[in-house]
Design a protein around this ligand. Structure first.
Ligand code: IPE
Ligand code: IPE
Ligand code: MG
Length: 244
């Protein structure tokens, strides 16, 4: 039986988040500059997006650049921004063809002007697409997102718009407003950490770590992660007997 057929259609995660890590090590292992790894990572992005849509995943969030990543060399940051601009502009057609809506979360105001423009255009163009929502986390930080939400609440409470805060109303102030929490978070490259990604939203996510470096991450790797997720028992604090 083909790997993809082993996926139980009735037990799909609605939302998968991926920390795409290991581009630099992939390149360095081949005696190349780190940027070479980022360039090859684009193919993995395309494959993950197409596979997720094919399987019937509704939301896919990709961690592409953290606020901490601004601390890398100017050369690497510039190369990443240039790659981002060209990828968004090249891939919009494929997103349209596959009926995928593009969105972005993070401190987007920090991005270079050209990058923001490309992003805004692609978001606008794809906004009515229905099959899947692709969310790019760009200049993203989970702590920033939470603090930003608190500041918006303070502002609204001054204007009498926000009163008692519940978990549900708090979520409305996050960048991911309206998006269900990811059931599955995947991180490549063998690192076992969160690195400031979706801190609020992953409260009950299943974590999946693989040693595969992002540029080597193929369709089968995503399918394997989903199959692994489907074997887990999600108890949400209850006992095994209560779940049955
Ligand atoms: C992930 O790969 C891409 C970004 C963080 C932008 P890295 O660039 O972190 O690659 P490693 O972890 O150094 O190998
Ligand atoms: C996390 O990877 C951010 C992205 C993949 C975009 P990093 O490589 O920046 O994380 P650390 O430094 O290993 O925690
Ligand atoms: Mg890394």
């Amino acid at each position: 039986m083909a790997l993809i057929e082993q996926i139980e259609k009735e037990n799909l995660p609605k939302h998968i988040a991926i920390t795409m890590d290991g581009n630099g090590r992939w390149a360095e292992g081949k005696g190349k500059f780190r940027v070479f790894g980022h360039q090859h990572g684009v193919k993995s992005v395309r494959e993950a997006v197409e596979t997720a849509a094919e399987i019937g995943i509704k939301y896919l969030t990709l961690y592409a650049f953290s606020t901490e990543n601004w601390n890398r060399s100017e050369r690497e940051v510039n190369a990443l921004m240039t790659l981002l601009i060209s990828t968004i502009s090249k891939e919009t057609k494929t997103l349209m063809k596959n009926d995928i809506c593009l969105n972005a979360i993070g401190k987007l105001s920090q991005l270079p002007k050209k990058c923001k423009q490309e992003l805004e255009q692609a978001v606008e163009k794809t906004k009515n697409n229905k099959r899947m929502t692709l969310i790019l986390a760009l200049s993203y930080s989970g702590r920033w997102e939470i603090v930003n939400a608190v500041n918006k609440i303070i502002h609204d409470s001054k204007n009498n718009l926000a009163k008692e805060i519940t978990e549900d109303t708090f979520q409305q102030y996050l960048n991911t407003k309206g998006v269900p929490d990811p059931e599955l978070l995947i991180r490549t490259s063998g690192e076992h950490r969160i690195s400031n990604f979706l801190l609020w939203q992953i409260a009950y996510s299943e974590l999946y770590f693989t040693d595969t470096l992002w540029p080597d991450f193929r369709k089968e790797d995503l399918i394997k992660a989903i199959i692994d997720y489907q074997k887990r028992e999600r108890r949400f604090g209850k006992t095994k007997a209560q779940i049955k």
